[in-house]
Ligand binder design. Structure first.
Ligand code: LRH
Ligand code: MN
Ligand code: MN
Length: 426
């Protein structure tokens, strides 16, 4: 934990410059009839969950370069999320991946979560790797497998994830399936879909009534000819058959190049089936880069849809679970997560600036240029002082990445946990 005096001192040393910049944005917004404090409050309220598997250095299939000081247990992962939340006040939940994060001492974990003011937002099942003690292999699929015994094993694993989650107060179970095929003829498309649907129905039946089941799609990888749930339409169709507690999860990296993700978001909101987000940045595919590092305008347009949906009484969509899902091997993962949250809040702030009444009128008049200009104007507004003020009002620091460096947090973690500590997970 960072000493609160040090947070205060850090903010003091940046306050002059911050006040000057914030004052300018505040006046600018006031001229447009917008209340900066109202936007800041919405930023303070916005929370994005941190995945346990992003706290250690990620890798590619070619290699991994451990950084040192990485969490070695679920307890240490929770501590790291507590640290991030202390810096930015925007990450008060952690997503778990089973079996990478099996909760062992449940009362101790509950106490730690309470101490750090954190919650478990979701549990994620893993049928994309074989575990040592497992009876059957997932080489040819899990919930879609041709053999009932394999499907049954995968169903039981998912039910077990829900049970672990219940112990720690989670309310969301996320299913991402690596199932698919690599060659034409390998799999019967319709039968494989049907088996998947039946397996999911068995998991859904075991879901507590106040839980949500999120179904995540991905067009390719690890399979390169077909994936069992390649797109939002397939996720949506499965959710419709399962029931109201099933929702679609959009992972930003799970689309083919040039897919219009903001339109998908709009469609799912229209159907009331947008359940969750995995934020990351993508250049080519499932790159898991820092959110907003590659396509900031796209991130803004996605938030534009989310805000539009949230402000439209006609949209009947349950609360969306916002999570980060990123992990790569060149940055300090904690710095990467701080940058991701910063970009997410920035995109959200910009979307909150959009004058929706005027935009609606321009759309009605088919005024293409002015509608686009209106969005561009919001996107090009420098909202960083608003985001920084949100951090400060939430009890965090004005500049989390710089505070992380000046407080020498990685060095301290290396001292505590060792230079070669290997994290569990990806
Ligand atoms: C699959 C995925 C999914 C997994 C995570 C580790 O690419 O996005 O969400 O659970 O990565
Ligand atoms: Mn994901
Ligand atoms: Mn992914």
């Amino acid at each position: 934990m960072i000493d609160s005096q040090r947070i205060h001192d850090f903010n003091q040393s940046h306050l002059d410059e911050h006040r000057f910049r914030l004052g300018y944005v505040r006046d600018l917004l006031a001229r447009r009839g917008l209340d900066a404090q109202h936007i800041i409050q919405q930023l303070v309220a916005f929370q994005v969950a941190i995945p346990s598997w992003a706290l250690g250095t990620g890798g590619t299939r070619f290699g991994r370069y451990p950084l040192g000081g990485e969490p070695r247990s679920l307890e240490e992962k929770i501590q790291d999320v507590g640290l991030l939340n202390q810096l930015n006040g925007s990450s008060n939940a952690i997503s778990l991946h089973i079996p990478w994060d099996i909760p062992e001492d449940v009362p101790a974990l509950q106490q730690l979560l309470q101490e750090k003011k954190l919650t478990i937002d979701s549990v994620n099942s893993n049928t994309f790797q074989d575990q040592q003690e497992q009876a059957y292999s997932y080489k040819f699929g899990s919930l879609c497998h041709t053999e009932q015994a394999v499907r049954e094993q995968a169903i039981q694993h998912n039910v077990e994830c829900v049970r672990y989650g219940e112990q720690l107060g989670a309310k969301t179970h996320t299913v991402w399936l690596a199932d698919g095929s690599n060659f034409p003829g390998q799999q019967h498309f319709r039968r494989a879909y049907q088996r998947t649907q039946e397996s999911l129905a068995a998991i859904y039946e075991a879901l507590p009534s106040d839980w949500t089941m999120l179904i995540e799609y991905k067009p390719y990888e690890p399979h390169f000819y077909s994936m069992i749930i390649p797109d939002w339409g397939t996720s949506y169709s499965l959710c419709q058959q399962l029931g109201q507690q099933a929702q679609v999860l959009v992972d930003l990296g799970h689309h083919l190049p040039n897919t219009n993700i903001e339109q998908i978001v709009g469609r799912l909101l229209h159907f009331g089936r947008l359940g969750g987000f995995h934020f990351n940045g993508s250049m080519y595919g499932d790159d898991d880069l820092t959110t907003g590092s590659m396509k900031p305008f796209q991130l803004f347009l996605i938030f534009n849809e989310l805000v539009d949906g949230a402000q439209d009484a006609a949209v009947q969509n349950p609360a969306v679970a916002y999570m980060i899902d990123a992990s790569h091997n060149t940055k300090d993962p904690l710095e990467d997560l701080l940058q991701s949250v910063d970009n997410i809040l920035g995109a959200y702030a910009k979307a909150l600036l959009v004058d929706r009444t005027t935009l609606g009128e321009l759309q009605q008049q088919n005024d293409v240029v002015r509608a686009e200009e209106l969005l561009r104007d919001a996107f090009l507004t420098d909202v960083r002082p608003l985001v920084q003020e949100a951090y400060r009002q939430a009890g965090g620091v004005l500049d989390p990445v710089s505070a992380y460096r000046t407080q020498r947090i990685r060095e301290q973690l290396i001292q505590q946990r060792g230079k070669l500590s290997l994290s569990t997970g990806l």
